[in-house]
Design a protein around this ligand. Structure first.
Ligand SMILES: [Zn+2]
Ligand SMILES: [Zn+2]
Length: 712
């Protein structure tokens, strides 16, 4: 089989016909997973957006009619909880990050149709969508018991509740998932052992409420058939989907008792006051963002229909391996629920490009521990083309992949600088040196020339082949291999020697070399758009390199006699130690900043379990004396009852009380604070007092209680 393919490919080259499918005017919607907007994306989370951007640029080179649809995923309890701790509204938090991400995507040349779910257009679109599903009978209601906080007067879905994981018994598990790396099981709030309200820290109660469900079970057969028929899905997506289908599709809750979300009322009249669960509205953003695009660009409210309601459109999803279910089963089931209420049925996903995880130096990305690089930091460290190249060349397509500094250094210094940059620069310099910057004539070709011409002819197709299979790593290395071949060709021809004896041979060599540079520029344009543009400009070619066609990239199209511009080297070598140091500086500055910011929320709300950690007792002062050389400090001995015994404290009381009048005074003491040595005197606790101006009141119980009594 393999030999036949090689034979057919060779034959195609000889006959100069393309084996690539003609994609001219073929419709595509490219849909990268929507980043959750609680933070700026890091190198791992930007991967889907970057992959989609590269793919869109590639499809345009193929002449396809392509749009993209993505944006910030704004709802859900993590955002609401984060906003609550910062003391701002969810809108404020979301908008701040969304605007920042938009700017960063621009810096990264990620040129996608980027919207957000917290926008009125998406709200209305989703509500209208579910109204149709409701009318078609796919949404039903059920009364269930849920956790309710009587203090905060609200239900506690997802992350509004924490408790002990019923599976691994780890405390601090959240209402939607256990955070323990070894467990990580999805949870429902009611499953938690000893749950506590995340807002006030008190234990919640059960309260019955009505929720609405989407009846996924109704689509069991259609989806089984869909997965079976769709031959494009990669193995992991197919296997995973089949596994879920074998277990049987269950109804899923569509509504939540949350204020931050899309109101369900306009879709389902009785569900007034509920909101639509984030997962079941964010995926619909692929369609709503397409609709928004049509309105913005063409004032056409039906623009999206020519893509989403045409069975020939190819919808392509760039997602992480943990998101397969939502794209191969959940999203299609939702689309099927509208039946033909939009006129025609929706086109179901054509393909998903799933990636494994990108980790950082073998660790998980973590802002608080300073592990990882975020895209704002990356843009400060190196030109974004370097990062784009690195991520494309190491894309985790088969297994989890770890970012490493030596690999970054090697990719930039060797691939970009030594192979690609060096070759292109050499060609430009020689053209200026021998031919005053003019492209020379091509003369008779010898065997080496012909071999090189054949390489120029065939490279676009092999790169396209890789992109069509979502093998970005292979596409990238095919381009670099071609540059290596070109470098070898130039060196073997030794024009610097031949220039004295055979000028026509040198003309032919440099004619072919500069053609190959144009080829490289087009092939590189999806991956490193800035650098490709720079090459194109030096070649003084008409239009933008991004409007070229891949089918023309292997042709010798530059005209002899036309001039090229002077140029500078495209890339520069990097030193990883230097960059690592810069990153550490950035992280240090950031952690100082966040420490400052964090003071505010800390004063607002702490979880009950933090308060519980304090051991506060009643005691009686037995001894008190001034500490020499310290004006304000008293050394005190406190009787804290049988269990704890006597403790020595240092307290700043001297300017408020005489030592003598404190003897036999009842006080309140935190006894489990870390001991401290103050002015050489050890202090094993802290007494509680309220200070107002120049006055001080000691905290004492209003009834006499015995020493050692716990305060709670
Ligand atoms: Zn667990
Ligand atoms: Zn509460």
């Amino acid at each position: 089989m393999y030999l036949i393919i090689i034979f057919v490919k060779k034959l195609a080259i000889i006959l100069d016909v393309s084996l690539l499918e003609d994609l001219t005017d073929k419709k595509f919607v490219v849909c990268p997973a929507w980043p959750y907007v609680n933070a700026v994306p890091h190198l791992g989370t930007v991967l889907h957006l970057l992959s989609a951007d590269i793919y869109v640029r590639y499809l345009k080179l193929r002449g396809a009619n392509v749009i993209s649809a993505t944006g910030s995923d704004c709802h859900g309890t993590p955002i609401e909880v984060a906003a609550l701790t910062e003391g701002i509204s969810p809108e404020e938090l979301v908008n701040r990050h969304h605007i920042q991400i938009l700017e960063l995507l621009h810096t990264w040349n990620i040129d996608l149709n980027y919207s957000k779910t917290a926008n009125s257009f998406h709200y209305q679109w989703v509500q209208d969508f579910y109204r149709r599903c409701f009318e078609n009978g796919f949404i039903f209601s059920k009364e269930i018991d849920q956790l309710y906080c009587e203090t905060d007067k609200r239900f506690l879905p997802d992350r509004f509740v924490e408790g002990t994981c019923p599976h691994c018994k780890t405390p601090g598990a959240r209402g939607d998932q256990c955070d323990s790396p070894a467990c990580g099981k999805p949870l429902r709030p009611v499953e938690l052992i000893s749950p506590l309200c995340k807002i006030c820290g008190k234990p919640p109660v059960f309260k019955s409420t009505t929720q609405w469900y989407y009846n996924f079970g109704a689509f069991q057969e259609e989806l089984t058939d869909f997965i079976h028929r769709n031959q494009n899905f990669p193995d992991n997506a197919r296997k995973f989907s089949n596994h879920i289908l074998e277990e049987g599709l269950q109804a899923r809750t569509l509504t939540r008792d949350l204020a931050w979300g899309i109101p369900a009322g306009p879709a389902i009249p009785e569900a007034e006051g509920k909101s639509i669960y984030v997962w079941l509205e964010a995926v619909l953003g692929y369609v709503s963002a397409s609709a928004e695009l049509g309105l913005r660009l063409y004032k056409d409210p039906d623009y999206w229909k020519q893509f989403w309601l045409d069975q020939d459109t190819r919808t392509i999803f760039f997602i992480g391996k943990d998101n397969i279910f939502f794209h191969t089963l959940l999203f299609p089931a939702l689309l099927l629920g509208t039946k033909d209420s939009y006129g025609d049925p929706f086109v179901l996903p054509y393909n998903v490009s799933t990636t494994e995880f990108l980790i950082f130096d073998d660790k998980k990305f973590s802002k608080s521990r300073g592990v990882g690089i975020w895209i704002d930091e990356a843009a400060k460290l190196l030109p974004t083309d370097y990062w784009r190249y690195y991520l494309a060349a190491t894309r985790p397509e088969i297994k989890d992949t770890s970012f490493t500094w030596p690999e970054l250094e090697q990719r930039v210094n060797s691939d970009l600088n030594d192979v690609l940059g060096n070759y292109i620069h050499r060609v430009f310099v020689l053209l200026h040196k021998y031919f005053e910057g003019k492209i020379p004539e091509c003369h008779r070709l010898d065997a080496t020339d012909r071999e090189f011409v054949s390489a120029i002819h065939t490279v676009p197709e092999s790169v396209a082949d890789n992109f069509d299979n979502f093998e970005f790593k292979k596409a990238t290395s095919a381009i670099i291999d071609f540059a290596r071949t070109a470098n070898g060709y130039l060196s073997s021809k030794e024009p610097w020697k031949l220039i004295k004896t055979d000028i026509t041979a040198v003309e032919t060599t440099l004619y072919l070399c500069v053609q190959s540079v144009a080829t490289l520029s087009i092939l590189l344009s999806p991956i490193i758009p800035d650098s490709a543009t720079r090459i194109w400009k030096v070649l003084k070619q008409k239009g933008s390199v991004h409007n070229q066609l891949l089918s023309e990239a292997g042709k010798l199209k530059l005209n002899p006699g036309s001039e090229i511009l002077e140029s500078k080297p495209l890339f520069a070598k990097i030193e990883r130690e230097k960059i690592q140091k810069q990153l550490e500086d950035i992280h240090r500055k950031q952690s100082k900043k966040t420490k400052k910011v964090k003071k505010l929320p800390d004063r607002r709300i702490i979880p009950f379990k933090d308060f519980e950690k304090l051991d506060i007792r009643i005691g009686t002062i037995r001894k008190a004396e001034k500490i020499t050389k310290a004006k304000n400090l008293l050394k005190i001995r406190v009787d804290l009852g049988e269990e704890i015994g006597e403790r020595q404290l240092v307290a700043g009381l001297a300017s408020f009380r005489n030592a003598e009048e404190l003897i036999d005074q009842k006080i309140t003491v935190i006894v489990n604070l870390e001991p401290a040595t103050i002015r050489g005197v050890r202090s094993e606790g802290m007494l509680l007092a309220a200070v107002e101006g120049k006055d001080l009141g000691l905290l004492i119980p209003d009834k006499d209680v015995s020493n050692g009594t716990k305060v709670s």
